[in-house]
Design a protein around this ligand. Structure first.
Ligand SMILES: Cc1cc2nc3c(=O)[nH]c(=O)nc-3n(C[C@H](O)[C@H](O)[C@H](O)COP(=O)(O)OP(=O)(O)OC[C@H]3O[C@@H](n4cnc5c(N)ncnc54)[C@H](O)[C@@H]3O)c2cc1C
Length: 367
């Protein structure tokens, strides 16, 4: 058995055990919405978080291909991975690359144990697509920095141990930006919930009023924040969560499919598309590993993948609405469909909107 196949068996066995003990039920978009610290801790105990983190910090020192295998299986199972997802996906790679030795020694083992929950503080009210327009600023004070401003749409900030904040430390549009690890709670930070229409709470507005950050929590060199944020966004956009968020729903529909050739062919097309996305994703992660990623691969994967995810919700709606096309009972599919419907508008917005990504693709094609 190849090493990747062995790893796939390992993660599947873990998921199988968890399901057998009824420790979780599958959800759509589980990487953003299914928060279960105990699940994250058990996954961490098995060495299945932070596979790319160097061995001396508790990881396995493996590559992006191995990480992709584990991510795919967790998403396909709709497993409750939200507690550690951002920490593992983009915080840890940034700490490996830009962190000080003491930041690495503190945070990386915590990430691998599933005990670091990190929020992303990029977007602001007038700076989403135009991220370099951010106005949250950090001023140097005795022993550190004071941050003032507000971040918007900060997923999971209300449960996070820290939020990584991109703040203005200088006048230049890109070179005037720096990243800070803001530990939570902090006397100068207020976290206000922004409830979803469903009543659920994932989003927050995070307000900073001269929040003190010690020098030891500056991430990377002063003025390197833009470069670091772009590297993190590449990891954020390049994963299988961009086409597998609704897979639990598709799987449930497949199992409840009636004797209807049209439905079978629609769902078959979806599965074929996923196969294509997996092939593109494989290429993207191989390139990411060597730093050779072309300008269009990642935005293409994310914009096509998230458009596909939104289409699958519509296909599911049509199928569930027409009871002659599914075999009863389809209750589980209805629950998954409801949550996918609530989440789907965000698929093509989070991590950069599809309109903006198409702009990047067209520039990449004409370069
Ligand atoms: C589910 C979800 C989770 C999120 N989590 C986080 C998080 O944890 N941390 C964080 O920092 N942010 C987060 N965000 C915010 C997200 O990154 C922003 O919403 C996104 O970057 C778009 O920014 P905006 O909302 O300000 O929209 P705007 O930038 O104001 O865009 C509004 C509209 O104009 C279009 N537009 C803008 N510029 C262009 C252009 N140049 N060409 C063509 N069209 C354009 C956009 O496509 C969009 O349709 C999250 C968003 C969602 C939906």
């Amino acid at each position: 058995m190849s090493e990747l196949a062995a790893l796939r068996s390992e993660i599947r066995a873990f998921i199988h055990e968890e399901l057998a003990q009824q420790r979780f039920t599958a959800h759509c978009d589980s990487w953003l919405t299914s928060f279960d610290p105990d699940f994250s801790a058990r996954l961490g105990e098995r060495g299945l978080i932070g596979l790319m983190i160097p061995i001396q910090f508790g990881g396995r020192g493996l590559g992006v291909a191995e990480r992709l295998v584990v991510s795919e299986e967790l998403l396909a199972a709709g497993a409750p991975v939200a507690a550690h997802w951002f920490a593992e996906r983009q915080f840890a790679p940034s700490i490996v690359r830009h962190g000080t030795p003491s930041q690495q020694a503190e945070w990386l083992p915590r990430v691998t144990r599933g005990k670091a929950w990190i929020a992303i503080g990029l977007s602001e009210a007038d700076a989403g697509s135009d991220l370099a327009a951010i106005r949250t600023r950090a001023e140097q004070v005795d022993g550190g920095w004071a941050i003032t401003g507000a971040k918007l749409w900060s997923s999971g900030a209300h449960t996070a141990h820290a939020i990584v904040v991109l703040a203005r430390t200088g006048a230049q549009r890109h070179e005037g930006l720096t990243q800070f690890i803001v530990r939570l709670p902090n006397a100068g930070v207020q976290i206000r919930p922004i409830p979803l229409i469903s009543g659920e709470h994932h989003f927050n507005e995070v307000a900073f009023d001269h929040a003190f950050i010690p020098d030891s929590d500056v991430l990377g060199p002063i003025g390197n924040g833009w470069t670091q944020a772009m590297q993190e966004l590449a990891f954020e956009r390049a994963g299988p969560e961009r086409y597998l968020s609704t897979l639990p729903l598709l799987q449930e529909l497949l199992s409840g499919l009636g004797p209807d050739a049209e439905s079978a062919s629609e769902l078959g097309r979806c599965i074929a598309e996923i196969t294509s996305f997996r092939a593109i994703n494989q290429r993207v992660v191989e390139h990411l590993a060597t730093g050779q990623t072309s300008a269009i691969d990642i935005p293409m994967l994310k914009s096509l993948g998230t458009s596909f995810e939104q289409r699958t919700v519509q296909i599911a709606l049509d199928l569930v609405a027409d009871s002659s096309r599914t075999a009863p009972p389809i209750t589980a599919a209805q629950g998954l469909l409801r949550e996918a419907q609530f989440q789907s508008p965000g698929f093509s917005i989070r991590g950069g909107t599809n309109e903006v990504l198409r702009g990047i693709i067209s520039k990449g094609l004409t370069r």
